[in-house]
Design a protein around this ligand. Structure first.
Ligand code: GUN
Ligand code: FE
Length: 453
């Protein structure tokens, strides 16, 4: 039986373009794919949003370090390489303990869903059981996820107590985790494995080569860090005599839908290479402000045809919310355009607006990954978020002042996870907030919290 949801839809089919579909009816097939989106007319939907609620596409976080969840918000005053060695690797090493891993996944996955992140692209840890358990958690809680066991073996970029024991063990463990994820019971096809060499300083040439061969052999998508900051950029120049992109390309890792985190130090020719190969960047603006020594030129990159999605880089940034990243992407672009030192100008035509940032968080991420998500239109999956924007929400709408453009800006900049009422992934209802239950008790929502609407 198809199900239906009605309400006002706010979404961004193109960068910079807000589309408002007032009081529309979305019909969703049993497979979770949208059949039609039309003006509601007199039809009563299975779930009718109120006039002070809106529906937006679910957001796509293209770069998350799942095991860093417990340290979100801490130690960001340090340079990247110190933060990795003193805080991050000791924490990630603890995921050898499966019970600990499961306790983190059980906290993180629902929390990200509650922030409206319907798809997440995860770096797990080096541990196979923790990686498989992360996939199980995503399936259980209903989040779409791309998940990679992290490959890292090089003494330059890893401590001796947190690395793969040899290149062949690294490649074998990655292959086993791909096979394990592909053979899981996953009726909605939510989980896909990813090949995940951490970054060049953490990987021997043998591992990088093995990862490229694994991509050929398995067809799994690739993710890694690329040109993140001065240190990484300089290290790769020293070791391989070229940029990260050129080096990764030499190992067969720059491919269709390869997700490259950060890319703040990409050159124009690096960008051309990525565009030619169909790879793209996970733009993580808040993390970049701490660790990247540069601002990613989002607008130039988009205008040149590069695929770009948005990422939190948990725990490189300090927030789990992609709406916060949207705001930061806009802020960072303004600083890039205006310049950071009085009297020294920035880079002209760098600023982006809120609808462009939201496009990155939805359609841009979907295009980067090659999945039919990011927009509520026929043929795409029904991954969606219902938000309360009325009295009692943090959005602060003034009826006689705000039009839809302003409401959308306020929603992105001011709403909080407490305003998120419902979340659906692949047509399945996966989150109903306590606030929504209050509404349900008033008779405006069905009060069951089952899989249905
Ligand atoms: N480069 C290699 N590992 C990491 C990581 O965990 N976070 C960030 N931001 N950059 C990295
Ligand atoms: Fe990262």
């Amino acid at each position: 039986m198809p199900t239906t949801v009605s309400g006002t839809i706010l979404q961004t089919p193109e960068p910079g373009i807000l589309q408002v579909l007032e009081d529309h009816l979305v019909t969703i097939g049993d497979d979770g794919v949208i059949v039609s989106v039309v003006p509601r007319g007199a039809v009563a939907a299975d779930r009718s949003l109120d006039s002070d609620e809106v529906l937006i596409p679910g957001m796509i976080d293209t770069h998350v370090h799942a095991p860093q969840w417990p340290q979100l918000g801490t130690a960001l005053d340090l340079p990247l390489e110190v933060w990795l060695n003193n805080h991050t690797f000791p924490l990630e090493a603890r995921f050898a303990d499966l019970a600990f891993a499961n306790s983190v996944w059980a906290s993180m996955v629902p929390s990200l869903l509650g922030n409206g992140t319907t798809t997440a692209v995860y770096f797990a840890s080096i541990h196979e059981p923790a990686t498989v358990a992360l996939a199980e958690a995503c399936i259980k809680f209903g989040q779409r996820a791309f998940i990679g066991r992290v490959a890292m073996d090089h003494p330059d970029g890893t401590p001796e107590w947190y690395r793969d024991t040899s290149p062949s063990e690294s490649v074998d463990a990655s292959l086993r985790s791909i096979e394990a994820l592909r053979s899981m019971e996953d009726p909605l096809h939510l989980v896909q494995p990813m090949i995940t060499p951490r970054f060049i300083p953490a990987c021997s040439d043998a591992v990088l080569e093995g990862m490229g061969e694994l991509a050929d052999a398995t067809g799994a998508l690739v993710q890694t860090h690329c040109s993140e900051g001065d240190w990484e950029h300089g290290y790769v120049l020293d070791r391989h005599g070229c940029s990260d992109s050129e080096s990764l390309n030499g190992f067969g890792l720059i491919r269709q839908h390869t997700v490259l985190a950060h890319g703040t130090h990409l050159s124009g020719s690096d960008r051309e290479l990525l565009i030619a190969k169909g790879a793209g960047v996970a733009h993580c603006p808040l993390s970049n402000a701490y660790f990247s020594n540069a601002v990613f030129p989002a607008r130039t990159s988009l205008e040149s045809g590069l695929r770009v999605g948005l990422g939190t880089d948990i725990a490189g940034g300090s927030s789990a919310s992609l709406l916060v990243q949207c705001q930061q992407a806009v802020t960072s672009s303004r600083m890039l355009e205006d310049g950071l030192v009085p009297g020294v100008s920035g880079v002209e035509q760098s600023r982006i607006d809120i609808p462009t940032a939201f496009w990155l968080a939805t359609v841009g991420g979907a295009d980067l990954l090659g999945i039919p998500a990011g927009l509520l239109e026929p043929g795409r999956v029904f991954d969606a978020v219902a938000l309360h924007i009325g009295e009692g929400s943090t959005v602060g709408v003034w009826d006689d002042i705000d039009d839809w453009d302003r409401i959308f800006e306020k929603l992105v900049r001011r709403s909080s996870p407490t305003d998120i009422i419902d979340v659906w992934v692949q047509g399945k209802h996966v989150v109903r907030s306590p606030g929504a239950d209050k509404v349900a008790n008033e008779g405006q929502l069905r009060s069951d919290t089952s899989d249905s609407f």
